[in-house]
Design a protein around this ligand. Structure first.
Ligand SMILES: CN1CCN(c2cc(NC3CC3)nc(N)n2)CC1
Length: 156
């Protein structure tokens, strides 16, 4: 298995969460938080902040906090996606549509889970209540979870 690192960053303002509709590439057609690959020489936090700005125009000012770690494997495929999940401490600016993403604020009680990755409804609630988690999901294609582990953790 070839481990590749990614970031995913949640931006919350009061009772709303900022998601982006992925217009192309991996996860096209799904609503997701902002993220991408980690480039050589950058830290996970730097990568998270860069991806949020590239995909949404939002500038993270107060840094990001690590809230989760997710490992994804896919039946018959050799890649392991190691996704480091962050929450923005504070941010500035209005989200703008980019080539990658169309941003929209969603009330926490109304997240579009049916149009998000199938794992999301399992771990978003943990973040939204202020918790931290570690999970591993083994997928068949992009829609079916064959097996999963998910635990809350006290610290990273
Ligand atoms: C750069 N991206 C960030 C987001 N990411 C994923 C993956 C995911 N499930 C995995 C079955 C695909 N679930 C969420 N919510 N995000 C993949 C890599």
């Amino acid at each position: 298995l070839i481990r590749k690192f990614y970031t995913l960053t949640l931006i919350r303002s009061g009772n709303k969460v900022l998601l982006g509709f992925k217009k192309r590439g991996f996860g096209q057609g799904k609503w997701n938080a902002f993220g991408g690959k980690v480039e050589k020489g950058e830290s996970l936090e730097e990568a998270a902040i860069r991806e949020v700005h590239e995909e949404s125009g939002i500038e993270i000012v107060g840094g990001v906090e690590k809230v989760g770690e997710l490992e994804f494997t896919f039946e018959g495929e050799s890649n392991l996606m190691d996704v480091h999940v962050f929450a923005a401490k504070s941010f500035k600016g209005e989200p703008v549509e980019t080539e990658e993403m169309r941003p929209q604020w969603f009330p926490i009680e109304d997240l579009p889970y049916s149009q998000m990755w199938p794992d999301d409804y399992l771990w978003y609630p943990i973040i939204l209540k202020g918790g931290k988690f570690r999970g591993a999901f083994h997928f068949q294609g992009h829609d079916i979870i064959l097996s999963q582990k998910l635990e809350e953790v006290n610290e990273f």
